[in-house]
Design a protein around this ligand. Structure first.
Ligand code: PEP
Length: 245
């Protein structure tokens, strides 16, 4: 099965830096059988869209936005429209990243609306789930994942495409990567929970993925790809991750 390697650029890279990245990426990465996805910041999304379309890549190359509202347009100051992302040729909407949950207070019910709206536009929601260190230490991992998945997917359609990113909060941007045993256990848990809920979806791992740990992690059962933050900003490191299998 193909793997999905996704880059979360957070609030980095201007439109100009985005164009520069893609003109070099085009020379650096020749492709393969896997899917590569970029999540630029919203202001740089048109630059990413144009660069990606002009690339005519022979491999699956897609983009999406890191967050979008539950409606296509209206009086929603500061929000992003999934419909505009679709119009630009985007495929994915990242939903419920831990930074959205923690910094912007987004709750599972709101995320469920976003998942449903994304699917209604025939875009692919990539729902992020994961426990905090406190929840891990209190042995609540399964419970937390079950709640985030059951609530986040309560309005989702089972026959529409979906992707999940499992990202332990304590491993995001901290340099602390989960051990292969921890990743194996949680991906198995996410797989089982999805099955119980009647969904089947690729499960990406995220949390300090780097060129030197990617090859070990990507071979773990039910690890269907990565969501990469810091190491996706540089061509050399993201290319190595994309070539880890
Ligand atoms: C992320 O932002 O989703 C992420 C996993 O970041 P990092 O790779 O920097 O830990």
């Amino acid at each position: 099965m193909k793997k999905i390697f996704a880059a979360n650029w957070k609030l980095f890279k201007s439109p100009q830096e985005t164009r520069e990245f893609f003109s070099q990426w085009k020379e650096a990465f020749n492709g393969g059988k896997n899917e590569i996805v970029f999540f630029p910041s919203a202001i740089s999304i048109e630059a990413a869209s144009t660069s990606i379309q002009e690339m005519h890549a022979k491999y699956e190359l897609n983009f999406g936005v890191q967050n979008a509202f539950t409606q296509a347009q209206g009086a929603f100051t500061g929000e992003n429209s999934a419909a505009v992302v679709k119009g630009l040729g985007g495929k994915y909407i990242l939903i419920g990243h831990s930074e959205r949950r923690q910094i912007f207070g987004e709750k599972n019910d709101f995320l469920a609306e976003k998942v449903a709206f994304t699917q209604s536009l025939d875009l692919v929601p990539m729902l992020c789930v994961g426990e905090t260190l406190q929840e891990r230490e209190a042995n609540k991992i399964f419970e937390v994942l079950k709640t985030q998945l059951a609530d986040g997917l309560k309005k989702a359609e089972k026959n529409k495409t979906l992707a999940i990113a499992y990202e332990p909060v304590w491993a995001i941007g901290t340099g602390k990567v989960a051990t292969p045993e921890q990743v194996q256990q949680t991906h198995q848990d996410v797989f089982e929970i999805l099955k119980q809920l009647g969904f089947s979806a690729p499960i990406l791992y995220g949390g300090s993925v780097k060129p030197d740990n990617a090859a070990g992690l990507i071979r773990i059962p039910h690890v269907d790809g990565f969501l990469v933050g810091g190491a996706s900003l540089e061509i050399a490191s993201f290319k190595k991750i994309c070539e880890s299998i």
